[in-house]
Structure formats: structure tokens, C-alpha cells
Design a protein around this ligand. Sequence first.
Ligand SMILES: CC(C)(COP(=O)(O)OP(=O)(O)OC[C@H]1O[C@@H](n2cnc3c(N)ncnc32)[C@H](O)[C@@H]1OP(=O)(O)O)[C@@H](O)C(=O)NCCC(=O)NCCSC(=O)c1cc(O)c2ccccc2c1O
Length: 266
Amino acid sequence: MNFHDIIYKKEKGIATIAINRPEVMNAFRAETIHEMISAFEDAWIDREIGVVVVTGTGEKAFCTGGDQKSKDMGGYSGTSRSDIGLDVEDLHMIIRRIPKPVIAAVNGYAIGGGHVIHVVCDLTIASEKAIFGQVGPKFGSVDPGFGTAYLARVVGEKKAREIWYLCKQYTATEAEKMGLVNKVVPHEKLLEETYQWCEEILDKSPTALKVAKYSINADSSNIEGISQLGMSALALYYDTLESKEGYESFLQKRPANFRKFRKRKN
Ligand SMILES: CC(C)(COP(=O)(O)OP(=O)(O)OC[C@H]1O[C@@H](n2cnc3c(N)ncnc32)[C@H](O)[C@@H]1OP(=O)(O)O)[C@@H](O)C(=O)NCCC(=O)NCCSC(=O)c1cc(O)c2ccccc2c1O
């Protein structure tokens, strides 16, 4: 398979998808999401694959969300089914629907939509250098559905609200404490530890794993509907000056002025 934005490899029952756009801290554009979905489809169909690993190339980032350099009023450029210009919802759904465990190996920044990708994965192993956080309200975006409602299931509502309302960054140790990651390991041991977890999973019954995954998913499957509704609202939000102020402030490396959008309408 020929990919440009990701590196996809399969070895000894393990499929690895590495987002490969280090020049933008592994931010994703429409093509990146489509390539990831194709790789997941291949890993799903291939009966020899028992587990999928998602990671990022380079030393700095796992993924920093939507590529702000491919964004304009109305959303991201690129061909997509979604009005937003990114088929992120479809990526979240295939991570949940593939009947095999998906492990995020977080090697650096997991920010914005990149943070949501690791949240949706079944398990997360983090380098001690990893940094976690949501940035939407700081940069004119929000990731409703799995990024909000499902995050609240993982870390609890109070913590999820803090993550979204304050847009702070959290260390790997802080993330582990709040149940956001399964294990923190020295940076150079990240893939070794992740593949060790994969080996343990490969020793287990694939059918039992599939039923375990689907039965855990079933309890939060209503979030798919929240996601659809929320993403429709997001498409409208992206068409506003308020959202534009956010992503322009990021690109212009200046603080956003959202206070002006709190003025009373006369
Ligand atoms: C990750 C950071 C905290 C790092 O900060 P730092 O100060 O160390 O480095 P720089 O900010 O200078 O970044 C270095 C270099 O990388 C470029 N870059 C980083 N992230 C992105 C990005 N997402 N898009 C494009 N480019 C990026 C940066 O511009 C610099 O390049 P230079 O050329 O100037 O050297 C910090 O970078 C950071 O906070 N990044 C994230 C910014 C962001 O806005 N992310 C997206 C949020 S919205 C989103 O992710 C999103 C998710 C979804 O699931 C969606 C679903 C459906 C629709 C839309 C969605 C969506 O928008």
C-alpha cells in the first residue's frame, strides 16, 4: 500500500500506523485521516493481525490535531464526507469498531485532535516525555463526542471539564494519575514496552478479545450520536469570526482575543 502521510507496517501479527508529518508536529490533514482509515481497514481484514499500534514519527509529537495550516473559514481544505473537511469521526469509529485491541504509543505531544486519537484507542502507553492536552477553546475549535463525553468517562467529569475549560498541558505522570494512560515508560523503551504488551495480547483468544472490546464499547456507543450532532455544530462554528480568531492567533503566534465575542448584542 502506498502512503504519504503515514508509515504502515505489519510484522509478526502486529500492525503499526505511524503518523509521519513531523514538520507540523504530526498534525493531520484530510489525506492523513484517509490513509489511517485505509490502514485500519487493512489491519481489520488481515486475519493474521491481532493488535494495532498507533504512534507518531520524530522525537517531538504523537499528533497535534488538525493541521492549522490547511484550515480556512468554514473548515479544513481537502476532500471529505464531513462538512468540516476532515473525516475524523470515521477514524474514531474504525478505532472502536476494529475487533482487535488498538494501542496508542504516545511519544511526545498528544494535543487537540491528536489527544482524542489516543483517548479513543483501547490502551495508551506513554513516554515519560509525552504531553497531553486539549486546545480547542484556545484556538477556536472543540472536539465534541469522543473528545468530550468519552473523555469524561475515562477521567471523570470534573477532570474532563478542567481539561477542556482551561486547556492546560499535563505530563505523562499526571496523565497516568488521572487514568488517562495505562503505563509511563522511559522514552527510549516506548516501542519495546508497547510491543511487549502486543505479544501478551497475541497469546490471548482473539474471539474473547473481540467480545470484551465490543461489550466495553457498547456502554458508551451513544457517544457516536453525540459526535454526529457535535460535528454538525462544529461545521457551523468554523464559519464564524470567533473560530477564525482562534486559529489565526495560533498561526500568528499571538494570544487570541475572545473577550470581544462576549460583548452584549444591542
Ligand atoms: C504542540 C504545541 C503545544 C507545541 O508548542 P511549541 O511552542 O513547542 O511549538 P510551536 O507551536 O512553535 O510548533 C512548532 C511548529 O509546528 C507547527 N504546528 C504544531 N501544531 C500544529 C498544527 N496542529 N497544525 C499546523 N502546524 C502545527 C507550528 O505551527 C510550528 O511551525 P512553524 O512553521 O511556525 O515553525 C503547539 O504547537 C500546539 O498547541 N499545537 C496544536 C495547535 C492546534 O490548534 N491544534 C489543532 C486543534 S483543533 C483539532 O485538533 C481538531 C480535532 C478534531 O478531532 C477535529 C475533528 C473534526 C473537525 C475538526 C477537528 C479539529 O480541528
